[in-house]
Design a binder for this molecule. Sequence first.
Ligand SMILES: *Cc1c(COP(=O)(O)O)cnc(C)c1O
Length: 493
Amino acid sequence: MKYVSTRDTEKNPLSVSSAEAIKRGLAPDKGLFMPTEIPTLTKDDLKALMNMPYEERAADILSRFLTDYDKDTLLLDCRSAYAEDRFPGGAAPLLDIGDGIYSLELWHGPTCAFKDMALQIMPRLLSRALTMTGEKRLAHILVATSGDTGKAALEGYRDVPGVKITVFYPVDGVSTMQKRQMTTQEGENVNVCAVRGNFDDAQNGVKAIFADASLAARAEENGFFFSSANSINWGRLAPQIVYYVSAYCDLVKNGTIALGDKANVCVPTGNFGNIFAAYIAREMGLPLGKLICASNANCVLTDFIRTGVYDRTRPFYKTMSPSMDILISSNLERLLYLLGGASLTADCMAQLAECGKYEAPADLMQKLRAVFAGYYCTEEETAKTIRASFEGRKYLCDTHTAVGLGAAQKYRAESGDTRPIILASTASPYKFPADVCASLGKPVDTDEPAEILDALKNAGGTEIPAPLARTLTLPVRFTKVVDAPDMPNVIFD
Ligand SMILES: *Cc1c(COP(=O)(O)O)cnc(C)c1O
């Protein structure tokens, strides 16, 4: 299977292997890599998958997209990525939380957010890609993070051969817990640095490094090249397709639905990566009905789905679901490409870059609305959902999952569609303990991570996840703070 750019309008577009696509991250024309075809999943395939543990399901689905990778090696890598010591109790458990809603808990990995599902396997895919493509240089992964990605990438890439990683985070832009998680990171090939300013300053700093030819040359002289770990890389998207297939298999296996019956999916969305993976699973033939795209107060996607106009020129809100505080949903580009082709995608992306908005044609929006429904939750609605879920369903959810749950309930009420809903639960409530406590009506007034975690434990009556408890016992290793222009020095020093 070959990969092409979403913006490539040539008659014979540049096509690369999946290993090459994963190594490069972004296509040369700044488009995103997409497979030239979507493999199909038959009923018999699903029957076989139903009887497999998660890591075998993962290797099976991945091998359909990464056809240049050796199948046995993929299985080996999936076995280590999703092993019991990294995901105690299983990688993607599905929990019945009542009213036909099933919480797909994607946060049982080392950093307690769903990013682990991709970032535990992707470094292994990259490492293999370096060997497969005869790469002699070291890959230096650069990440700008608003919290969850940085830690998940550090944990995934730590001590991976042939790779180094530097993570930049905005000095005042991450939660106390997220900061502690990153500054205590273990591993010989990792570096973490705070940047004065907000997330955009850190992100623009990283983008500037990627775009600077002289820095690339300097890296070359030192035997390395820059690579990225964010969700525009196909190596992060492909592993996310797996858990939707897995959740469907589990619904059939536990007798909730018959094989072939449809289930809906609801995903709290930021960059449109996680929900796009559900779309790919659906395109493969997985019997999914509606895909409910849930946003917080930064509801640029809800508006797009409803009006056809994508407009990022609007106020930006800092919410209690910070991993969804995004106004440019990069992976939407992949959906535009599948529904409208490369030339339309290139046009829309040029308009977005120039004027901050674009309007998708009506026929494209019709196709899109046949699959996607968009809903958003305000801060107040999110807090209410956390409390109502805890009191009514006896289910404690984090702020992002709550946005999803609120949206799922709105969709149900408005559409009357009673199919079961698979709700992507994207983080442990203990990752955002202060906001969860406040939503439960038990606000905390301390900045001490240990005290905040204990407060939630007392309010919620569940156990603090072991990786977060352990973080509190580790020494802080990284204390450097720089201005954005000094970011290159951090790398070359
Ligand atoms: C990253 C993240 C999201 C958003 O996922 P996208 O793939 O960007 O849509 C939602 N919830 C949490 C907890 C996250 O870390």
